[in-house]
Design a protein around this ligand. Structure first.
Ligand code: F6P
Length: 319
């Protein structure tokens, strides 16, 4: 193998830059040429491809976002789009591709792999919802951002004796809500993986009031419902007045945490190792702090599981 490509796709996440840097530098260290594809699969179809050198990835380890930029690309979901992508890769003599992204990006990498073009998947999404890895790149940084916000909201909630609803991202997964809710001491955490009735939510608020608690934080994952919808329903069912904060895309930005920088570096280096061993069609991950790899096709059949023991604990601690 002489030439490899790297792209980032889907929602960006802090940690993508350290991963790109690691792929580029490790590959060059091993005597390979590396090509950066800008704007994900869209850029691949359009042939937006440039050779990267050691210096091309200087001064990016501390930056959020992705120096290669990202995009969501409908055309790449079609066979025609995928063939155009492969054509571009072949035109540049690229023999394998490292794809850094979330669920949709993996779908693309699987399609390419099935067509005989070897890809390696690196899990990059704040949602932490890729099966086969304990952590995805960006999840840790996003948590720090959310916790910082919750701490600030708690200050004003306490001053005004208010109930606040904080809506967090995660798509269909509740990891951001659960981890940030536990770390931020939220009184109620609503995640798509667990049903919680309005009666329970209201009972918990009353229970808190009875023991003299005058403010309260509810963290709701976007996969459950929007913060505003929750506020309206709570008002309707119990008369409880709340304030809503939707954290939105703030969660996707910012300098990657030390954890995400190290994770991105480890994932990137490992991806190149796999290619050097001639092992394409793999997804990399981390399990119990060990780097692992598995057939990228397995991502399709597996489900992401949230830690329900942690959910149970969060309820026990917020009595
Ligand atoms: O997958 C990452 C993510 O930030 C999700 O948490 C969120 O639902 C989605 O992307 C938002 O996507 P977009 O930036 O395209 O609106």
């Amino acid at each position: 193998m002489k030439k490899i490509g790297v792209l980032t796709s889907g929602g960006d996440s802090p940690g993508m830059n350290p991963a790109i840097r690691a792929v580029v530098r490790k590959a060059i260290f091993e005597g390979l040429e590396v090509y950066g594809i800008s704007q994900g699969y869209k850029g691949l179809i359009e042939g937006n491809i440039q050779k990267l050198e050691v210096g091309s990835v200087g001064d990016i380890i501390q930056r959020g976002g992705t120096m290669l930029q990202s995009a969501r690309c409908e055309e790449f979901k079609t066979e025609e789009g995928q063939d155009k992508g492969i054509e571009q890769l072949k035109k540049h003599g690229i023999e394998a591709l490292v794809v850094i992204g979330g669920d949709g990006s993996y779908q693309g990498a699987i399609k390419l792999t099935k067509k005989g073009f070897p890809c390696i998947g690196i899990p990059g999404t704040i949602d932490n919802d890729i099966p086969g890895t304990d952590y995805t790149l960006g999840f840790n940084t996003a948590l720090h951002t959310v916790i910082d916000a919750i701490d600030r909201i708690r200050d004003t909630a306490s001053s005004h004796e208010r109930t606040f609803i904080v809506e967090v991202m995660g798509r269909d997964a509740g990891d951001i809500a659960l981890w940030s809710g536990l770390a931020g001491g939220a009184e109620t955490i609503l995640i798509p993986e667990a049903d919680e009735s309005f009666d329970d939510i209201i009972a918990r608020l009353h229970q808190g009031n009875e023991r003299g608690k005058k403010h309260s934080i509810i963290v709701v994952a976007e996969g459950v419902m929007s913060g505003n919808e929750l506020a309206e329903k709570l008002k309707e069912k119990s008369g409880v007045e709340t304030r809503v904060t939707v954290l939105g895309h703030i969660q996707r930005g910012g300098s990657p945490s030390a954890f995400d920088r190290v994770l991105g570096s480890r994932f990137g280096g490992y991806a190149v190792d796999l290619l050097l061993q001639g092992r394409g069609g793999r997804a990399v991950g981390i399990q119990k702090n060990e780097l692992v790899d598995y057939d990228i096709l397995e991502v399709l059949g597996k489900e992401h599981h949230i830690d329900m023991n942690m959910y149970k604990l969060s309820k026990e601690l917020s009595i």
